[in-house]
Ligand binder design. Structure first.
Ligand code: NAP
Length: 481
């Protein structure tokens, strides 16, 4: 099945930080792909900006080189045509240079979007200059990248800075996890099928495991990461978002505020996490390989590259159901999934088969996006009645065609910005509520001077993470199957 492509309205997209890593690696190749399939209309324009002094031709050549690296399958003719839509204006985001030229290059009769692919310190300053220079029209959109703050106070300050110049309905806070096909399929699975929703509560669900495991370390972004850590970099945004979509009540309609209202309610219902329900880790140096502290250049670092924790949602639906969240660097496989463990059958009618296992619904986000349902069936053949656990397995690539898998989360999200659809973007109160939940945990570590435990590279994290589960008589699903 090939997905239908509906062209979006003509637009001017101003990309701040256009020479940076994210822009060259994800955003611009993503736009190319939308152009390639015909979703980006002929009169759309992309205006890259950064401080680097160059003209549009030089920027296009830079982009052509990046495409060799980050989108190697491109067609030369299509790229040539795409590049005719791309311009560059040097702008100093915090100074006066370039704003006038940028202003003159924008059209009044098309959708206008400003994508801030720059560090968060520049967000408020850019918003202010867009406003002062009359570039921020009532209908224009502003897109901001993560991290959205470093704690509750800084997130509030960012929100204030943006809201001084833009209305909330114009602000798009990106969490690229929400642009993943499977994450949206989680909503389809829950709310477009009648099978699961009656079971989606504490009566039938034993617990939920959400895992985002990476094999990469923090090399290359050590300075940033050491100020952040897994709690701020992953749990506060991506894993909390996955938890929200798993746990939220059905919204009355699939509309931005209806969905986001339900997500905020989940975050606000999260109970404080006690220290005993948290395992923090840092990958160690071993076998000639450098470790976390080498990668961040800070031998005394107390920042975690791994965290596992047990969360509880204090509401009627989920009372008593633990949500175990786990994420880390340099683990044994790259894998992201949500696993919903249903309760064991209450009684077995089969003699001599041992305890029956509950069903497990696994929503795989990466690497192979799809859904698996663990079921118990009879072992085939004569000679007694034996049972086996088998998986009903659906890979989106197989079921829906390669086209669906190929689309990167950024492609979808940028097109949603142009369409004016905020459903897959975090609202300001959502970001603040998530910080309000994680801040006390981080403050506790800082006040006590807690150090994360060391774990082996290529493992499943520190021993404490296993103990967190064992104490509850449960087990983590194995990372990497
Ligand atoms: P980067 O490689 O350091 O790029 C920063 C960009 O901002 C460059 O184009 C730089 O160009 C421009 N810039 C810096 N100061 C400026 C100023 N005063 N005025 C105008 N332009 C300025 O950063 P990045 O990795 O692309 O990340 C950008 C944002 O995305 C950050 O908030 C980051 O946290 C977030 N993010 C990145 C990734 C990723 O994979 N890279 C993933 C998720 C989120 P000039 O120096 O020429 O001005």
């Amino acid at each position: 099945m090939v997905s239908r492509v509906i062209p979006v309205e003509p637009f001017d997209l101003v990309l701040f930080g256009a020479t940076g890593d994210l822009a060259q690696r994800k955003i611009l190749p993503g736009l190319y792909h939308r152009f390639e399939v015909g979703q980006m209309p002929e009169d759309a324009r992309i205006i890259g900006t950064a401080r680097s002094d160059m003209d549009s031709d030089a920027f296009r050549e830079q982009l052509r080189a990046s495409m060799q690296e980050f989108a190697p399958g491109f067609e030369k003719d299509t790229l040539d045509r795409f590049l005719t839509h791309v311009d560059y204006v040097p702008v100093d985001a915090l100074g006066a240079a370039g704003w006038d030229t940028l202003s003159k290059s924008l059209r009044d009769d098309v959708v206008r979007a400003f994508y801030l692919s720059v560090g968060p310190k520049l967000f408020s300053g850019i918003a202010q200059r867009l406003h002062e220079n009359g570039l921020a029209t009532p209908d224009s959109r502003i897109v901001v990248e993560k991290p959205f703050g470093n704690d509750l106070a800084s997130a509030k300050a960012l929100n204030e800075g943006l809201r001084a110049c833009f209305e909330e309905h114009q602000i798009y806070r990106i969490d690229h996890y929400l642009g993943k096909e499977t994450v949206q399929n989680l909503m389809a699975l829950r709310f477009a099928n009648s099978l699961f929703e009656p079971l989606w509560n504490s009566t039938h669900v034993d617990h939920v495991q959400i895992t985002v495991a990476e094999t990469v370390g923090v090399e290359g972004r050590g300075a940033y990461y050491d100020q952040s850590g897994a709690m701020r970099d992953m749990i506060q945004n991506h894993l909390v978002q996955l938890l929200c979509l798993t746990a939220m009540e059905p919204p009355s309609k699939f509309a931005p505020n209806a969905v986001r209202d339900e997500k905020v309610k989940v975050i606000e219902a999260l109970e404080p996490v006690v220290q005993a329900d948290i395992a923090r880790g840092q990958y160690r140096a071993e076998k000639g390989e450098s470790g976390y502290v080498d990668h961040v250049g800070n031998p005394a670092s107390r920042t975690e590259s791994f965290i596992a924790l047990k969360a509880h949602i204090g509401n009627w639906r989920w009372a008593g159901v633990p949500f175990y969240l786990r994420t880390g660097k340099r683990l044994r496989a790259r894998e992201s999934e949500i696993a919903v463990f249903f309760r064991d059958p209450p009684h077995t009618i089969f003699p001599n088969v041992g305890p029956l296992h509950g069903n497990v619904l696994v929503i795989r986000l990466q690497p192979d996006e799809g859904i698996t349902l663990r079921t118990t069936i009879k072992d085939p053949g004569p000679g007694g009645f034996r049972l086996s656990d088998v998986a009903l397995d659906m890979s989106f690539a197989d079921a829906l065609g390669a086209d669906v898998r190929a689309q990167d989360a950024y492609e979808r999200l940028i097109m949603d910005v142009i369409r004016g659809d905020q459903t897959l973007f975090m609202r300001g109160d959502e970001a603040e509520a998530a910080w309000a939940w994680v801040d006390p945990i981080i403050h506790g570590w800082e006040e006590r001077g807690d150090r994360p435990s060391r774990y082996d590279q290529g493992s499943s994290g520190p021993e404490e993470a296993l103990m967190l589960m064992h104490r509850d008589g449960r087990r983590w699903r194995q990372i990497g199957g």
